[in-house]
Design a protein around this ligand. Structure first.
Ligand code: NDP
Length: 335
């Protein structure tokens, strides 16, 4: 089997040198374990945090350890009554061609129900994150205005579509003309602003003010950085900010924002700011699937996937995604 391990910790910007491809023998499954041949592996922004030392909401990946990842694969050997070879499953298989894992830690998938890749994106962790974060902390009401960045990614595109269906005005922020066009034409956003072309937080804020004539009621926070700086002055009183991610700050600290400026906005505009980590909310996952899966099947909710090929290309694909190189849910196809 092949796997990619964390070779060193990044100083700030992660690079390909931080990863190493290794070849190892395939283990025999112990009692209650299965061997899975990974077909698709998910690349997600949270993985950048796992490369750092120190305690966060999850333990870091240790040097020499296989990088963490969700994946979809085929059971090729089973020492569990719950799986037979040929079954497909979703699990945390890592950046690896195969995994030996406890059957109780994986979930069987029916490839007839939905394409296998959707379990990593629109019907998986990112789609669920969008649905839960918007409902629980955004508390959308028809007629309000919502802003979300990384608008064509799996979280942003789902947030935007759900908010449109709930009757909100939805303004996206994305990197590049093509992504902005996609947000409007494929995902139905009312408008989308190109944060790269606009450049400064001031220019973005001015463009946002024009796109949001009634102010912003919900800012679904995916990125932090300049986007947050541009949005805060436009928030309406009693606005809500589900804090889902801050990718602009995962590698570095680009912004003029200071804690006093942020807290002043929160205080004077009576904002509700809710951080959340989706891994703590999986009790709601069946409800999400029940509500959203039929809408995916009917085409009422659209999704986009960006599928790279080959485990060896995972590091450069991951680094590119962190800079906006992906269009849609980033997946790596291994088989
Ligand atoms: P995406 O597939 O959308 O990929 C990340 C995107 O972030 C890039 O494509 C790029 O889009 C955008 N981006 C990168 N750097 C910047 C920057 N400096 N300023 C603005 N945008 C930037 O990711 P996901 O949909 O998977 O995740 C979106 C966010 O949600 C992430 O922050 C992630 O960590 C978070 N998340 C949080 C979870 C939780 O439990 N709280 C669970 C899942 C995701 P573009 O080119 O359009 O700018």
């Amino acid at each position: 089997m092949q796997r990619i391990v964390l070779a060193s910790r990044p100083e700030a910007q992660a690079s390909e040198d931080n990863f190493r491809l290794e070849v190892a023998g395939l283990p025999q499954p112990g009692k209650g374990e299965v061997i899975v041949k990974v077909h698709y592996m998910s690349l997600d922004p949270y993985m950048r945090g796992r490369m750092n030392a120190g305690k966060s909401y999850a333990a870091p990946v240790e040097i020499g350890e296989t990088m963490t990842a969700g994946g979809v694969g085929e059971v090729i050997a089973s020492n569990s009554p719950d799986f037979v070879p040929g079954d497909f499953a979703l699990g945390m298989f890592g950046w690896a061609s195969h995994a030996c894992i406890r059957a109780s830690e994986i979930r069987k998938l029916d490839p007839q129900m939905a394409p296998l890749t959707t379990a990593l994106g629109v019907l998986g962790m990112p789609g669920f994150t969008a649905w839960h974060g918007l409902q629980a902390y955004g508390r959308p009401k028809a007629g309000e205005t919502l802003v979300v960045a990384a608008a064509t990614g799996p979280v942003g595109s789902m947030v935007g579509q759900l908010a449109k269906q709930a009757g909100l005005r939805v303004v996206g922020i994305a990197g590049g003309e093509d992504k902005c066009k996609l947000a409007v034409e494929a995902f139905g956003f009312d408008s989308c602003l190109d944060h790269r072309a606009l450049g400064s937080a001031e220019a973005l804020s001015a463009a946002l003010a024009a796109a949001c004539p009634d102010g912003i009621d919900i800012y679904y926070e995916n990125v932090g950085g300049k986007v947050l700086e541009a949005v805060l002055p436009l928030m309406n009183s009693f606005g809500r900010i589900p804090v889902c991610g801050m990718i602009a700050w995962y590698n570095s600290a680009e912004t003029e924002l200071t804690a006093p400026a942020i807290w002043r906005s929160v205080l004077t505009k009576f904002l509700s700011v809710n951080g959340f980590i989706i891994f703590n909310h999986y009790d709601r996952y069946p409800e999400f699937l029940q509500q959203v899966a039929p809408k995916i099947a009917s085409g009422e909710i659209k999704y986009l996937e960006d599928i790279a090929e080959g485990l060896e290309n995972a590091p450069k694909t991951f680094l590119s995604m962190m800079q906006g190189g992906n269009t849609g849910k980033q997946i790596v196809k291994l088989v």
